[in-house]
Design a protein around this ligand. Structure first.
Ligand SMILES: Nc1ncnc2c1ncn2[C@@H]1O[C@H](COP(=O)(O)OP(=O)(O)OP(=O)(O)O)[C@@H](O)[C@H]1O
Ligand SMILES: Nc1nc(=O)c2ncn([C@H]3C[C@H](O)[C@@H](CO)O3)c2[nH]1
Length: 213
């Protein structure tokens, strides 16, 4: 399983789609469309943060179990980043200490389940690194109404926090081999040559892991 990581709007879903097509494997997208809590969360984070965290964690676990069934399936965001969002929500007073503790216990239980599976962790994590300016531009360009910074006071500051958490999260990540992609410079969405460069970098990593001929 190849996992894509990165801040909101970094390009994970876009690269996941291209990578799945390239490797001829399945892509497990993050549960955004038909998510009954996400827009409520953006309207009222204090009320809905814990429910949203549980919603994403449950969906993530479901996707991981399915994704592990075949080599080189692609997962749009890692279970470890969910914890990054949780911690941030706790810091911001949207999640109580009791909720934080319950979530962490549940997560530990889920990770234990994964430890019991034939494949225990991702084969490769691909991190798309973008600047804060790029993050904002991509969120605006994608245009989900509830994510727009003019829709909600404090949203820009929240995005700044999320963006700020990622570099140290990525540096500390040691669960699997990892690859960083500069999502500011490499336009794998509009430039086929750039996409080719990224895909061949990933291919090389997979070959080194004996997951690609
Ligand atoms: N490298 C890139 N160059 C140009 N545009 C990009 C690039 N990556 C993504 N985009 C555009 O930015 C927007 C967000 O991309 P995408 O939905 O793939 O991000 P994401 O990381 O999956 O976001 P989220 O965390 O919210 O799910 C889309 O409109 C996409 O077309
Ligand atoms: N609060 C919160 N916790 C999560 O675990 C989480 N995972 C994703 N998201 C939000 C970010 C994008 O708007 C949108 C798509 O990534 O969903 C989250 N928000």
């Amino acid at each position: 399983m190849i996992v894509l990581a990165g801040t909101i709007g970094a390009g994970k879903s876009s690269l996941a789609k291209a990578l799945g097509a390239h490797l001829n494997t399945e892509v497990f997208y993050e549960a955004v469309d038909n998510n009954p809590v996400l827009d409520l969360y953006y309207q009222d984070p204090k009320k809905y943060a814990f429910l949203l965290q549980i919603y994403f964690l449950n969906k993530r676990f479901e996707s991981i179990k399915l994704a592990y069934q075949q080599d080189n399936n692609v997962l749009d965001r890692s279970i470890f980043e969910d914890e990054l969002f949780l911690t941030l929500n706790y810091k911001n007073g949207n999640v109580t200490k009791t909720e934080l503790d319950i979530y962490k216990e549940l997560l530990a239980n889920m990770l234990e389940e994964l430890e019991g599976m034939p494949k225990k962790r991702p084969d490769l994590l691909v991190y798309i690194d973008v600047s804060f300016e790029t993050m904002l531009a991509r969120i605006e360009q994608r245009g989900r109404s509830f994510e727009q910074i003019d829709a909600q006071e404090g949203l820009k500051a929240y995005y700044h926090q999320v963006h700020g958490e990622y570099p140290s999260w990525y540096d500390a990540y040691d669960i699997s081999p990892k690859l960083r992609i500069d999502g500011d410079k490499i336009d794998f969405v509009n430039n086929p040559e750039d996409l080719e460069v990224v895909l061949s970098q990933i291919d090389q990593e997979l070959k080194a892991l004996d997951l690609l001929k």
